[in-house]
Design a protein around this ligand. Structure first.
Ligand code: 5GP
Length: 201
């Protein structure tokens, strides 16, 4: 059996993280997406429990107080956080849990779970990102500018990540991402029980 694994994916808004992660979920039934809680309003194409668990600020603050989140941040005026329960139980079952979160949250997760793998998805160039963000047509001009500014800040943390995935096409990026997960599962440090079996022959 493959060992459970925690994979964190970050990348600027509009880079295609969501689409790539969903492609990953199709590739293997052992891949599980952690659905975050947020105080942001749902976008027209989003739904409760599928994209996020939508909370009021008060509800979110209660989750923080009750220690229901592994990590949480305030990003562009809204709360976002990772519910604790699913992550722990799915890793325990030997599944690969994917967290799609921004940089501060990712670095906090790495501190809590040093064995996790941090992946950052980048666009082929920055102009492409602005084009995609505007093309999406779901954010106000103010939100787009905030997100592009935040993207530039996030790029400063690239070296903290284990892997860079360039999204030149969704198919290529998903394949690269899949290869990373497969290689990580084969690392000796994640397979101590198999090693012990062979050492004792
Ligand atoms: P969006 O509003 O575009 O869905 O997400 C904004 C940013 O918040 C994205 O970079 C997304 O990856 C990040 N994000 C989503 N959920 C979480 C979470 O639970 N924790 C953290 N730290 N960031 C999150």
């Amino acid at each position: 059996m493959n060992p459970g694994l925690l994979i964190v994916v970050s990348g600027p808004a509009g880079v295609g993280k969501g689409t790539i992660v969903r492609k990953m979920l199709e590739k293997n039934s052992k891949f599980v997406l952690s659905v975050s809680a947020t105080s942001r309003a749902p976008r027209p194409n989003e739904s409760e429990g599928n994209n996020y668990y939508y909370k009021t600020r008060e509800q979110f603050e209660a989750m923080i107080k009750n220690d229901e989140l592994i990590e949480w941040v305030e990003y562009c005026d809204n709360y976002y956080g990772t519910p604790r329960e699913l992550v722990l139980s799915e890793i325990e079952k030997g599944n690969v849990v994917l967290l799609e979160i921004e940089v501060d949250g990712a670095l906090n997760v790495k501190r809590l779970f040093p064995d996790c793998v941090l992946c950052f998805i980048i666009p082929p160039d920055f102009n492409e990102l602005e084009k995609r963000l505007r093309g999406r047509g779901t954010d106000t001009e103010e939100a787009i500018i905030k997100r592009l500014t935040r993207a530039k800040e996030e790029f400063r943390y690239l070296e903290e990540y284990d892997y860079l995935i360039i999204n030149d096409s969704i198919e290529n990026a998903a394949q690269r991402f899949f290869s990373i997960v497969q290689a990580e599962q084969m690392r000796t440090k994640r397979n101590q029980s198999i090693i012990n079996k062979f050492k004792n022959i």
